[in-house]
Design a binder for this molecule. Structure first.
Ligand code: PLP
Length: 409
């Protein structure tokens, strides 16, 4: 195809999206048709360095050969059976997740919000099975994001997400992650569970403090409230830890997973302790697609790479290199207030709106995004080569220079 054809094709796609797709997204004016490793390619064959991976999903980069061949093999073998029957891949995945997390059992679904939803339902079921029907409340945190379904949305802090959809699920209280004492006051005999993102992602890449983690442990010890870790964004190796709750010495009773789990194939999981699992019985929850052969094969390939083939070590090394590079940018640009995060999950808090930096990066063929208005978020693939990491940092430097002007002398 010639240049004109491809440009026509790109604008035709954008017009069709604007015409036929529900207007719930603001999309950048670029149409991607292909990916390879850490790069995406648009209709004109332009390469973009992917530092956002479809919001922390494409952890193995794009068109990963082992993932592609496992999915092709599975598609030619068996795509779906439902949970009316057994198939071999679901328990294989559940067992791997149990070994990594210390949580005994897994419920599979198709997204992060569904995983959170399952955790909320299982926490309530735990208490209702025990005959404590008054224990229905949830304590969540300011800046939290847990997803867009009604339960997950009810525990999401930013009023912009919630208010147009009221009334939501009652019984959620928000406390400041900066106030461990407020947590102690909020958690009591009617609390079913405390819901926490060990690193708040959408809220601006904010790791919770070890002080807050200690307060969560204390509140659980005092009241018996369950702890749900929402590791949808920060879990599964993204930070250089299997799960960031481990970095905080916080062993949850339930854990929500999604995003990187299928490395691009849609799958979520709610992991639960044996005690929580013991409160569940057939019919309590379900999903038609949940844990289907295709999605489980993808997740098994992802975990093989992460655990057996040493990818986590690479994340640790690349994460340290990214941290050092961002530290240099922080020293150079006074408009960068803070650099936060761990491993390959990083945020730059600016003293201005982050949108112009994201746009300037797109113009330099670097994909990043804005979260919490003033934060530039970076979620590169776990497989990123050091040379590409350095290249991305250089493009980010140019983008910051273009928007923020004169660097510190
Ligand atoms: C993205 C995200 C979710 C929601 O996941 P979806 O797959 O979009 O439903 C929930 N919790 C956290 C922490 C997330 O980052």
């Amino acid at each position: 195809m010639g240049q004109t054809d491809t440009m026509t094709r790109a604008s035709a796609v954008q017009r069709a999206d604007a015409t036929y797709v529900a207007p719930t997204y603001r999309r950048a004016p670029v149409v991607f048709v292909r990916g390879q490793g850490s790069f995406l390619f648009d209709t004109e064959g332009e390469a973009y360095l992917d530092f956002i991976t479809g919001i922390g999903v494409a952890a193995l980069g794009h068109a990963h050969p082992r993932l592609a061949s496992a999915l092709a093999d599975q598609a030619a073998t068996l795509l779906h059976t439902s949970n009316l029957y057994h198939h071999p891949w679901q328990s294989a995945l559940a067992e791997r997740l149990a070994r990594l997390s210390g949580l005994a059992r897994a419920f599979f679904c198709n997204s992060g919000a569904e995983a959170v939803e399952a955790c909320l339902k299982f926490a309530r079921r735990y208490w209702s099975t025990r005959g404590e029907r008054g224990r229905t409340e949830f304590v969540a945190f300011e800046h939290a994001f847990h997803g867009r379904t009604f339960g997950a949305l009810s525990a999401t802090w930013d009023a912009h997400y919630r208010e147009p959809f009221a009334p939501l699920v009652p019984g959620v209280r928000f406390v400041s992650p900066e106030q461990p004492d407020a947590l102690a006051a909020a958690v009591g005999e009617s609390t079913a569970a405390i819901l926490v993102e060990p690193i708040q992602g959408e809220g601006g890449v904010r790791p919770i403090s070890t002080t807050l983690a200690a307060a969560i442990r204390d509140a659980r010890a005092r009241t018996g409230a369950l702890v749900i870790a929402d590791e949808v964004q920060c879990g599964l190796g993204r930070t250089g830890w299997w799960f960031y709750s481990q970095a905080l010495d916080l062993q949850p009773d339930l854990m929500a997973l999604g995003k990187a789990l299928g490395a691009g194939a849609p799958i979520g999981a709610a992991l639960v302790s044996e005690a929580v699992a013991a409160a569940l019985s057939a019919g309590d929850h379900g999903s038609t697609y949940g844990g289907n052969p295709l999605a489980c094969r993808a997740a098994l390939v992802f975990l093989e790479e992460l655990v057996d083939r040493g990818l986590l070590h690479h994340v640790v090394a690349a994460g340290a290199r990214l941290e050092a590079g961002l530290g240099q940018l922080r020293a150079k640009y006074p408009a960068i207030r803070e650099v936060r995060g761990a491993g390959l999950m990083r945020g730059l808090e600016l003293d201005v709106d982050a949108t112009p930096v994201v746009d300037a990066a797109l113009a330099r063929r670097l994909l990043i995004n804005r979260t919490a208005a003033t934060v530039v978020r970076l979620l590169p693939p776990f497989t990123i080569a050091f040379a590409d990491l350095d290249d991305g940092l250089a493009r980010l430097d140019e983008s910051l220079a273009a928007v923020l002007g004169t660097a510190r002398p």
